[in-house]
Design a protein around this ligand. Structure first.
Ligand code: ZN
Length: 225
């Protein structure tokens, strides 16, 4: 058992039902959320336990479990918490709208290194930010008005609007980027998170990073698909 400061990120918060990852929260936030009836902690036996059990030290701890202390109490911190609270889900939906200012790296993640006019693949350095409705015609620097084009197409397009792609479709902005949960420093990820993270859409990226940091200490993680 290891004592932690309330502001250390210790707990993977999941949404009940689809086990979607909401994020990694601090020990203090984990205990605060547990006092909410809609949040439970998952113990090492796979049992979902409410606040009382954690407060009274009745939950079965994972190896290397963490705890906080107050003047009179020792608080065991669940390393996985599950919420059915609408509040948390609304918070997640808000974050899902993603960053408000478009940037090229996020566009590359969403669209791939592909010119959206000629549909050919380029090195990312040869792709440029394209404003679909040109800025000189009042187009804004918003997600729904930006895309990626190669330098040739960018020059060809100039201030044409609306503009058609090589396939004859009207050039449109990308789908709005999704929120990627803040996963804290991978060195601090815990092995028991793996089976939950692998169910998630970010699973592959996360698993590879976990392997990189934990393979020596936890060789069983190498067997995870
Ligand atoms: Zn092009």
């Amino acid at each position: 058992m290891k004592k932690v400061h309330p502001n250390e990120r210790t707990t993977l918060l999941l949404r009940h039902g689809d086990w979607e990852i909401i994020g990694v929260i601090t020990a203090g936030a984990a205990m605060t959320k547990l006092t909410d009836d809609n949040v439970v902690g998952l113990d090492a036996n796979g049992v979902m336990l409410p606040f009382e059990h954690w407060k009274n030290g009745e939950a079965t701890a994972f190896p290397d479990a963490v705890y906080m202390t107050s003047a009179q109490h020792i608080w065991m911190i669940p390393s996985i918490a599950i919420t059915t609270s609408n509040y948390s889900i609304q918070e997640l939906d808000k974050k899902r709208q993603g960053p408000t200012t478009p940037n090229k790296d996020r566009l590359l993640e969403i669209l791939g290194p592909v010119c959206q006019l000629c549909d050919r693949m380029f090195h990312k350095k040869l792709l440029t930010f394209e404003h679909i409705k040109p800025r000189c015609k009042g187009g804004l620097h918003h997600w729904d008005n930006v895309t990626l084009t190669c330098t040739f197409c960018n020059n060809q397009k100039a201030d044409k609007y609306p503009c058609r792609t090589a396939n004859g479709k009207i050039l449109k902005g990308p789908p709005r980027p999704k929120h990627i949960p803040r996963m804290t420093n991978p060195k601090h990820w815990r092995p028991e998170w793996v089976s939950h993270i692998r169910k998630n859409q970010y699973g592959k990226m996360v698993i590879n990073t976990i392997r990189k940091y934990h393979a020596k200490e936890h060789p069983q993680l190498l067997n995870v698909d």
